[in-house]
Design a protein around this ligand. Structure first.
Ligand code: HEC
Length: 183
């Protein structure tokens, strides 16, 4: 028997030995990837809904948020959130109906809870997912305060944040029945 044949036969034997486990994989699906572990699912399962569902424990204040903003956000979003290389996060003077509408958190976003979700999952752009829940609450509080939506002494957490009413809430068709909770 030449060497190529030997290799072919051993490959076939190896395939035969593994055929039962291969069948099991086929039964479970297309046989790609691996089953997501509970840790992997938890890391992806971080959506926060408009009514606040999904908000974690913890809290943060405007004052705490300002400090974190200076360290982790200022470089791209500028002093007082007025914008630099990245989006303006506050201070829209022109509103939405001018020739150059300014879509900021204060002028445009319908739900305060979305801010927590976006910041936690996507910012800072260079290290998304690196903020703790407390830091995210604090940054959310600071950005809401910069937009004159909450007071300087307000603290954001899973119960206060969903109650914040955004100025442009009526600029959208409200598909979620959350008005009761905002009263
Ligand atoms: C390296 C630059 C950079 C840093 C640092 C950074 N961002 Fe951003 N950010 C961006 C860019 C670019 C966008 C627009 C693209 C996008 O939305 O993904 C953005 C978008 C956003 C938005 C959405 C704005 C909108 O109206 O759509 C928010 C809110 C935000 N950033 C908050 C933060 C906060 C809070 C921090 C600090 C923890 C931060 N960012 C740090 C670059 C940055």
């Amino acid at each position: 028997m030449n060497n190529n044949r030997k290799i072919l036969i051993s490959v076939l034997i190896a395939a035969g030995i593994n055929s039962s486990s291969a069948d099991e994989i086929k039964d479970a699906g297309p046989g790609l990837g691996h089953k997501a572990s509970p840790e992997e699912i938890a890391a992806w399962n971080i959506s926060v809904f408009p009514d606040g569902e999904g908000l974690p424990e913890g809290e943060g204040s405007v004052v705490q948020g300002e400090k974190i903003y200076q360290q982790k956000c200022l470089a791209c979003h500028g002093e007082n959130g007025l914008g630099a290389t990245a989006d303006q996060l506050a201070g829209a003077q022109m509103g939405l109906t001018s020739e150059y509408p300014e879509k900021t958190i204060g002028s445009y976003w319908p739900y305060a809870t979305t801010l927590f979700d976006v910041v936690r999952r996507a910012m800072p752009m260079t290290a998304p997912g690196s903020l703790t829940d407390n830091e995210t609450y604090a940054l959310t509080a600071y950005l809401l305060h910069l937009n004159n939506i909450i007071g300087k002494d307000d603290v954001m957490n899973a119960s206060t944040l969903p109650k914040v009413k955004m100025p442009n809430i009526d600029g959208f068709i409200n598909i979620y029945d959350i008005e009761e909770k905002q009263k």
